[in-house]
Ligand binder design. Structure first.
Ligand SMILES: Cc1cc2nc3c(=O)[nH]c(=O)nc-3n(C[C@H](O)[C@H](O)[C@H](O)COP(=O)(O)O)c2cc1C
Length: 163
């Protein structure tokens, strides 16, 4: 039995994908992580908040680009927990052998996810060891409506993460 109340909470599992613009000095950089701390904050689904962890590549690229996609993962995508959530894009190209496509902004999204919310960062708030990125949702796209949403409880039961 967990000792701490917040360990009882369940969350959906997402991947945050992002890319920076190409400049004369630097090529575009892209990345994908795993994120559970994502929350809708407007009744019409117009806003989301995403909590990103300070040392990671994802937060560095989102700070620079101000754009991201929130990909809602499906249960069958458990292989992504290790690939995207337990190693850093600083050390490897996570898009190798990863099914993805680019939205009209050039930002990647995961084609085997349930779908993605196309987001633009409008504010940032420090919050413990994560920073909150308040996002305007520009578009919601459903790609695979019949798949089941991956949850934190599900990946704990599969022993992919510790509880
Ligand atoms: C189940 C799970 C949930 C996670 N939730 C978050 C989260 O909400 N926010 C976050 O920034 N990182 C979260 N992470 C950690 C990042 O996905 C992880 O540190 C990743 O390796 C970062 O890679 P990067 O350096 O390429 O950005 C989570 C990881 C796992 C496995």
């Amino acid at each position: 039995m967990p000792r701490k109340l917040l360990k009882y909470k369940n969350y959906d599992v997402h991947s945050i994908t992002t890319c920076t613009p190409e400049t004369p000095d630097r090529p575009s950089r892209r990345n994908a992580n795993i994120a559970t701390w994502v929350m809708q904050t407007a009744m019409g689904g117009t806003h989301l908040v995403v909590a990103l962890y300070e040392p990671d590549l994802t937060i560095e690229l989102v700070r620079e680009s101000g754009i991201l996609n929130v990909n809602l993962l499906a249960e069958e995508q458990t292989g992504l927990i290790r690939k995207l959530g337990q190693q850093s894009g600083r050390d490897k190209d996570k898009f190798k052998n990863l099914p993805y496509a680019l939205d009209e902004r050039g930002c990647p999204y995961l084609t085997e996810a349930i779908g993605y919310a196309q987001c633009r960062v409008i504010d940032r708030i420090p919050a413990g060891d994560h920073e909150l990125f308040v996002c305007a949702v520009e578009k919601q796209v459903v790609l695979n409506p019949d798949k089941r949403v991956m949850t934190n409880q599900f990946i704990k039961e599969k022993k992919l993460v510790r509880g």
